[in-house]
Every structure is written in structure tokens, then in C-alpha cells.
Design a protein around this ligand. Structure first.
Ligand code: SF4
Ligand code: SF4
Length: 322
């Protein structure tokens, strides 16, 4: 598809539902609803918060209740998530493993069904390490994926729903030169991702890391939880019932939680399974890379850490053991 035809595709997509896309706000890029392609940041490295927020809102009302009666207020209408990078699509696939596993999270499942995903090739920087986590390419988890090859996009189609949007005359069949340009662009992207981390066996090394090293690695940590809030694969949430003054009606709210906050492992009676920052950091790292790799190498937790704690440096120190 010629790049000049992108506005046509955008207008067709907008007929499916509201379009949520990356938009530049000051120094950051954020996903928000847009009404025109001009608002969209087509070439960016990473958004501040991941696009998972469209499926799991940072804080949202699930239902309203009044005594025994209740009604769902969860919004799950059709929408288009436009301009998502491969790492974040892979992040959503990791969330699917949890939220769509039995028992399925109905709210998440309905949104996954209704939201169309249009991927877009990315502009990596020195903090990206997605080639080490196997997330630099999206094999699935999208409807359409637009790969920038210069004056054109190679458009990969992964679903029938996506295919319906490629029937207009401005899409043309790929020719050999397009395949070659696509291959060249992908190779260039992979070469530009210089940051690497060896994750083989890192879970065992995390388990045997001495306390003294953990204390050194976490000395600057503020336990603020920002690393969780920006992570595309963090899945923890909390559910709160907020009562009105009549103490019988109110709202049930679901909101993101953070394993780096002290109260995350607080239980009845005042016990806490992970009272120290060392224990919470070890838990976070085990969750991300200790067993299955649940990190997609987006670099957000490093970029947005107010204490400048670098995840890759931390993992390298754990491997060296000193
Ligand atoms: S963002 Fe940085 S300072 Fe905040 S909890 Fe995470 S590692 Fe600690
Ligand atoms: S742990 Fe850090 S680098 Fe890995 S997916 Fe989460 S935010 Fe991205």
C-alpha cells in the first residue's frame, strides 16, 4: 500500500469504531482516541503506558450495586487500536495467556474480541532489547500490520476481519521487490537493536543471588511501582467496593496494582509476604524472566524508573553474581 493512501485506510478503519493511536504529548507518546491521522505519531519508539490500557483500564468501574441489585457498567464497544508495535502486541499475547485461560476474564475477553489491532513497525532506541526476549516480530495477535519499507507499507493480514479492510483498490499484491524491501527493512531494524541480555537459566540465578547483591541492586529503589505501571505484561489488579453514604449502594472498581508496593503482599492480620524492597524486586524479576519469559524487552521500566534502575544492568549483575 502506498503511504499516500494511509489516510484512506484510516478513514475506513474509523468506520469500525473509535480509533485509539499513539499521540505525542510533550516528551511522551501516549495512546488516546484520535479523529484524524494528522494527530497520530507514526514513527515513535515506545509509549509511556502500554496499549494494554485499552483492555485493562488503569482504574475503571465494573458494576454499580444497590443492596442485592447490581448492573454492569463495563464498556466493551468496538474500537481500533492503531499503530501498535511488535513488542506490545507480544505483550498482549502474554496477557491473553492469563486472562483468557480458564476461568476466562469476561471483561478482558469481550474487549479482545471487539478491539481491532493494527500493528506498525517501530523505531528502536538503545533501551530496547526485544530481540533477546523473542518479541521483535509479531507473528500473530493483530488484524493488520503495517511495515514501513520507504514510500510504501507492506501490510500483513492476520484475520478475516483485517482482510475485509484490504479489499479497496489502493491495496496491491506484493511483488518480489516488495518482499526484498520488507526483508531489508526488518534486517535493518534487528541490527539496530544493539542491547542484548542472556536470559538462559536466569531464574535459577535469581534464586541463588546473595542478599548482599540484592541490597546493592535495590539500594536506590523508591518502591514507587512505576516499573509495574508502564509494563505491557504486568497483570496484577485490585478490586475495591466504593460505598455511598447510604452504605448499601456504590461501585465496584478494578484498578492496576503493583507488586513493588509494600501493601501488595499484605494479608489479614497484618502479615506481609514481601515486606522489603529486596523481596519485592526478586519477585518482580522472577515473574518477568524467572520461568517463562514474560518480559518483551520494551525498556519502559528502565526509561521511566525515577531512580534510574536499569533492568538489563540488574540482570547482568545477577548473572555475574557480584
Ligand atoms: S520504578 Fe524504579 S524506583 Fe520505582 S519501584 Fe520500580 S525499580 Fe523501584
Ligand atoms: S519488564 Fe520492563 S522491559 Fe520487560 S516488558 Fe516490562 S516494562 Fe518492558
Amino acid at each position: 500500500m502506498a503511504k499516500a493512501d494511509l489516510p484512506k485506510l484510516f478513514r475506513t478503519l474509523a468506520k469500525y469504531g473509535p480509533v485509539v493511536a499513539p499521540v505525542r504529548v510533550g516528551e511522551n507518546v501516549v495512546f488516546r482516541e484520535v479523529t484524524s491521522l494528522e494527530e497520530v505519531e507514526l514513527e515513535y519508539t515506545r509509549s509511556l503506558t502500554p496499549p494494554k490500557k485499552l483492555f485493562l483500564g488503569p482504574q475503571e468501574e465494573i458494576l454499580k450495586f444497590d443492596g442485592e441489585k447490581y448492573e454492569e457498567v463495563f464498556e466493551d464497544g468496538k474500537a481500533v487500536l492503531f499503530g501498535v508495535h511488535a513488542c506490545d502486541i507480544n505483550g498482549l499475547l502474554k496477557l491473553d495467556e492469563i486472562y483468557l485461560d480458564s476461568p476466562q476474564d469476561e471483561y478482558y475477553a469481550r474487549r479482545r474480541e471487539n478491539v481491532m489491532i493494527v500493528g506498525m513497525s517501530c523505531v528502536p532506541d538503545e533501551r530496547c532489547f526485544c530481540t533477546s526476549t523473542g518479541s521483535s516480530y509479531a507473528y500473530g495477535g493483530f488484524d493488520l500490520f503495517l511495515h514501513d519499507i520507504g514510500r510504501e507499507y507492506v501490510v500483513r493480514v492476520r484475520t478475516e476481519r483485517g482482510y475485509e479492510f484490504t479489499k479497496d483498490g489502493y491495496f496491491k499484491r506484493m511483488e518480489e521487490k516488495d518482499f526484498l524491501a520488507f526483508k531489508k527493512a526488518e534486517e535493518k531494524k534487528v541490527r539496530s537493536i544493539k542491547r542484548k541480555v542472556d536470559l538462559a537459566g536466569i531464574g535459577d540465578l535469581i534464586d541463588v543471588t546473595p542478599k548482599s547483591l540484592w541490597e546493592e541492586l535495590t539500594a536506590k529503589c523508591l518502591a514507587c511501582g512505576s516499573c509495574n505501571l508502564v509494563c505491557p505484561t504486568c497483570q496484577c489488579y485490585d478490586v475495591l467496593d466504593v460505598l455511598e453514604l447510604d452504605i448499601r449502594s456504590g461501585s465496584r472498581i478494578r484498578r492496576w496494582d503493583s507488586c513493588m508496593l509494600k501493601r501488595h503482599a499484605l494479608v489479614a492480620g497484618g502479615g506481609n509476604f514481601r515486606p522489603t524492597v529486596v523481596e519485592r524486586t526478586a519477585n518482580r524479576l522472577s515473574c518477568k524472566v524467572g520461568g517463562e519469559i514474560r518480559c518483551v524487552g520494551c525498556g519502559r521500566c528502565t526509561v521511566y524508573c525515577p531512580a534510574k534502575i536499569d533492568l538489563v544492568e540488574m540482570l547482568e549483575r545477577i548473572r555475574v553474581g557480584a
